[in-house]
Design a protein. Structure first.
Length: 161
């Protein structure tokens, strides 16, 4: 079944960065993000759902990633572990980008998620609310609070304000 394998491989290549970054944003742990990444694409390859469009495919992968990170965060293993200071340095090139990345990773999970989906993936508030099964008002509140926290923690706020 070469077609099936090609389809799975192409889907993984197309969406791997997005799934990994979202998992990392929600877990704030490289190891957990890697586990979630594998589990998302395992579910995809097992179910091979049919999609109406590429956007539908992407939304399905985001929804599965969110659900798996929720499950992980509810597990007793995660609740009873202590994070080590990994001194993680992202793939960004400048000190300012590293500082912003660090501040985003210190936000609560919901805030990290909406910031990622809104700014990195370009989703609108309505689309994010559907993916996360939350009201648009909740998503707007989370975005507002996340921006305020980032603005307060980063000296001088954002350059576009």
């Amino acid at each position: 079944m070469q077609n099936r394998e090609e389809y799975i491989t192409k889907t993984i290549e197309k969406h791997s960065d997005m799934v990994y970054r979202l998992a990392l944003a929600r877990c704030a742990s490289i190891e957990n993000a890697e586990d979630i990444f594998q589990e998302v694409f395992l579910k995809f390859s097992e179910k091979l759902p049919k999609f109406n469009s590429e956007e539908h495919e992407k939304a399905w992968l985001i929804r599965v990633t969110i659900n798996l990170t929720k499950n992980l965060n509810k597990s007793s293993w995660v609740r009873n572990t202590v994070e080590l200071d990994e001194n993680f340095v992202g793939e960004t090139e400048t000190k300012d980008e590293n500082e912003v990345f660090d501040k985003v990773m210190n936000l609560p999970q919901e805030y990290r998620t909406v910031i990622y989906l809104f700014y990195y993936e370009g989703y609108k508030v309505k689309e994010i609310s559907e993916m996360m099964n939350k009201t648009e008002g909740t998503i707007k509140t989370w975005l507002f609070r996340a921006r305020e926290q980032l603005k307060n923690e980063l000296e001088g706020g954002f350059g576009d304000e």
